[in-house]
Design a protein around this ligand. Structure first.
Ligand SMILES: [Zn+2]
Length: 321
């Protein structure tokens, strides 16, 4: 995803979109999310394959929750404020226990714009400290401007970005209602601030965007070298169930991590060759055979920017050698 300069929609067009949304019952109705249970305590909702769009109302990522004897621990909050409300409503259909905490796997727009509903319900938000840079660098503001355009009216001028109540400085553990949680700092990998959250009793790991199941990952400016190392460490832990940031959960971590791993390796191999030969990016991109991956969801939207980010990364890596 690139950050496009925001060109405000004309007022009449915004009004027309709002009117259209209100007139079409299917669009106006709150989205009802159907949680999938993966273990005794853990559930998640499954977003659409592909990128966030008006067609999927920004529902292109997953969010999880764990119901303990005392409360609910939520992992990620989806990509718009209405989706956060829909997630909370889905949790309420399963349990009336208080939502104590939301832990963010990382600060990408499709995983945290739903936080206001959880803050209003009294939950505290945790994230890894490296995510602070997201707010100070201007990236957060630029992305919000883009989302207000592309996901209007679900993201609009009233949408506010929620910063955590607690920034985590390293791995941590906690217990809640007899369930033991482990938080591992695994970034920088897909993002600077990646976390994984494990539920010991269930053998479940919520791994955020370290794994994109069945689709092309969003790589952008990620550090793919460290991402590959993080994937290997995750696979070595042999989780029974992996709940990913995008795509279906996995009961065979080794096999499912392979697609993301192979894609990252291929990007690095092809773009690395181009950098070594000092071939311009456009030529290298056109020359590369993408057939292995071109049939997968999100290829059209993500592959070129992924390749370009990798090309720039490998240029930096080669200068540092
Ligand atoms: Zn992400």
């Amino acid at each position: 995803m690139t950050t496009r300069p925001a060109v405000p929609l004309p007022r009449w067009l915004r009004a027309a979109i709002v009117a259209l949304v209100c007139l079409l019952p299917g669009l106006a109705a709150a989205q009802e999310l159907t949680p999938i249970r993966v273990s005794e305590h853990a559930w998640y909702v499954l977003g659409d394959a592909g990128m966030a769009s008006g067609a999927n109302r920004g529902f292109n990522s997953n969010a999880g929750f764990v119901v303990t004897a005392d409360s609910v621990i939520v992992i990620d909050a989806l990509g718009t404020p209405p989706l956060g409300e829909a997630l909370l409503a889905a949790i309420r259909r399963i349990t009336d226990k208080p939502v104590r905490r939301v832990i963010l796997t990382h600060y990408h727009a499709d995983h945290f714009y739903g936080l206001p509903a959880f803050k209003a319900a009294g939950a505290e938000v945790w994230a890894q400290r490296a995510g602070q840079d997201y707010f100070t660098s201007g990236e957060a503001a630029a992305r919000l401007a883009q989302r207000r355009q592309d996901l209007f009216p679900w993201v609009d001028e009233h949408t506010r970005l929620v910063e955590p109540d607690r920034w985590l400085d390293g791995d941590s553990r906690f217990e809640d209602g007899g369930v033991h949680f482990r938080i591992d700092v695994v970034g920088p990998a897909h993002s600077p601030e990646d976390l994984t959250i494990s539920v010991d009793e269930d053998g479940v790991v919520f791994c955020g965007d370290l794994l994109f199941a069945g689709r092309i990952p969003f790589v952008g400016s990620a550090d793919s070298r460290r991402w590959l190392a993080a994937i290997d460490r995750l696979a070595a832990r042999r989780p029974k169930i992996l709940v990913t940031g995008h795509g279906r959960h996995s009961t065979d971590a080794a096999a499912d991590l392979t697609l993301t791993r192979d894609y990252l390796l291929y990007l690095r191999e092809q773009m690395g060759k181009a950098v070594d030969e000092m071939q311009p990016f456009d030529e290298a991109y056109a020359r590369t055979d993408w057939q292995r991956f071109s049939g997968l969801p999100a290829f059209e939207a993500a592959n070129r920017i992924n390749a370009y980010g990798t090309y720039l990364l490998l240029e930096r890596e080669s200068l540092a050698r």
